[in-house]
Design a protein around this ligand. Structure first.
Ligand SMILES: O=C(O)[C@H]1O[C@H](OP(=O)(O)OP(=O)(O)OC[C@H]2O[C@@H](n3ccc(=O)[nH]c3=O)[C@H](O)[C@@H]2O)[C@H](O)[C@@H](O)[C@@H]1O
Length: 435
């Protein structure tokens, strides 16, 4: 047996003299094994990405640690299509067919349910990420399912899925509420804000502009776009070029992106600047929610104060008032003017403040919770950290008032009472509520 017999065809990469025990048989079997394993590896990767039409893009890019989806969702098939169509079917005269993104979210659930109640067709989409407890999102999903609203599990970055939905249903409107929310979390996980609030919004608009008919779009911006603005109350005409957090910056970017798609493609777009929305089925990352939990637990709560012991206050807005604002916006949204990616004429472009118009100091919010819960809070007053928070918000709502008679009717005391009642019933009892 010559040395050459053991030498592979790419000399220099395999040095036989360093492997004296290497026999021809072992070499051949290793090559065979290597080929087999390589084939299996490629096959597994292939299966992973192409197993279902959605799985390729439902899952986040691995470079984005933010998106912690619990399962790779699947969609498609005759039964699934039937459920989609049934959910989106209009049941009232002149009703809409609305795609609600972020339907398992706080505002998304309430808006979907209100639309369904009045006879509109509603289809939800949500990626059920675990930014906060996904069991709460699943409970909201179950609630909606009981009223006939299906939530498709998927990400708004999944263009193939969105296209499929538009192929099946000629949506008249999109209520776009899917977003990475939260002001302070943006410092921990900036990528998730870019992923959902910018890339996701663009994916959605790309599909909407190609749709025929193009839907009218109403979407959630934020009061945070006013950033360091000091002129109060905040009016839509005030400057919004000084965001104090990346969250605010991505919402502001959304407003500019909306302008572009309106300008180029004739999409009808309405942005809603929500002011600190609260209520039953709310978001556990928000202060009123985790203050309730921590007060019941006997844990101290951090209460921020502005410079020189200044008051930090919010124009807290009750969820039912926000729902009225969302429906008013949908009802007054004009049709998009383009079709199949081509603009045919100028289209509507609006931005509304949806607030309560009566800011309340955070210390008063805590006092109301103490009375409702009948527990004294352990207050830990501290300087407002430099984490994106602004000291004060106050909405001027005259534009929404003029356009669709927007008029909030729930004060903080009344709204928190409803929240606490829900909180205690949802978590069973006080003991379960603090776990
Ligand atoms: O209005 C909005 O657009 C925004 O409202 C809320 O943001 P924020 O007003 O900061 O609501 P919370 O996080 O619930 O904070 C409420 C108040 O409690 C204060 N706070 C918060 C957390 C804390 O530990 N202590 C504390 O005093 C905050 O400074 C703020 O004044 C939402 O979280 C955002 O998603 C939304 O876009």
């Amino acid at each position: 047996m010559s040395h050459l017999d053991h030498t592979p065809s790419t000399p220099g990469k395999f040095k036989i003299d360093k492997s004296p025990y290497y026999s021809r048989t072992r070499w051949h079997s290793s090559v065979a094994k290597l080929t087999l394993w390589s084939f299996l590896f490629v096959a597994i990767i292939f299966l992973f990405f192409y197993r279902s039409p959605s799985s390729s893009s439902n899952n986040p890019p691995s470079s984005d640690p933010s998106r912690r989806y619990l399962a790779s969702a699947t969609w498609g098939g005759a039964a699934w299509e039937k459920r989609v169509r049934t959910s989106a079917r209009i049941r009232s005269r002149n009703g809409f067919s609305v795609l609600v993104t972020g339907a398992a979210g706080f505002v998304g659930t309430h808006v979907s349910s209100a639309l369904k109640r009045r006879g509109d067709g509603v289809l939800g989409i949500d990626n059920f990420n675990d930014y906060y407890d996904p069991t709460l999102k699943r409970a909201r999903q179950a609630l909606l399912e009981r009223s006939g609203v299906l939530i498709v599990e998927g990400d708004i970055n999944d263009v193939a899925l969105l296209k499929k939905l538009f192929d099946m249903v000629p949506f008249t409107h999109v209520m776009h509420l899917a977003a990475q929310a939260g002001v302070r979390y943006a410092m921990q996980n900036p990528g998730s804000y870019v992923h959902s609030n910018i890339a996701g919004f663009v994916s959605l608009l790309e599909v909407c502009k190609d749709a025929n008919p193009q839907p009218a779009i109403v979407w959630a911006s934020s009061s945070s776009v006013y950033g360091l603005n000091t002129k109060v109350p905040f009016s839509e005409k005030d400057r919004t070029d000084q965001p104090a957090s990346l969250y605010a910056a991505t919402k502001k970017a959304g407003e500019e992106i909306a302008h572009t798609y309106n300008h180029i493609y004739g999409l009808s777009l309405t942005g809603l600047r929500f002011f600190t929305v609260y209520g039953p089925w709310g978001r556990p990352d928000m202060a009123y929610f985790f203050f309730t939990k921590d007060i019941l637990k006997g844990k101290s709560i951090p209460i921020f104060e502005a410079a020189n012991h200044g008051t930090v206050a919010r124009d807290f807005t009750y969820i039912d008032d926000i729902v009225k604002g969302c429906l008013g916006s949908l009802d007054t949204a004009q049709k998009s003017t383009g079709s199949g990616g081509k603009k045919k004429g100028p289209a509507q472009l609006r931005v509304f403040n949806l607030g309560n118009t009566s800011p309340v100091p955070v210390t008063d919010l805590v006092s109301i919770l103490e009375r409702l819960l009948k527990v004294k809070a352990k207050r830990n007053v501290m300087k407002l950290p430099r984490n994106g928070d602004v000291p004060y918000t106050h909405a001027n709502i005259s534009y929404a008032q003029k356009e669709f008679r927007y008029k909030p009717t729930t004060d903080l005391q009344t709204g928190l009472k409803k929240f606490v009642r829900w909180y205690l019933s949802y978590y069973g009892d006080k003991k379960a509520a603090v776990r």
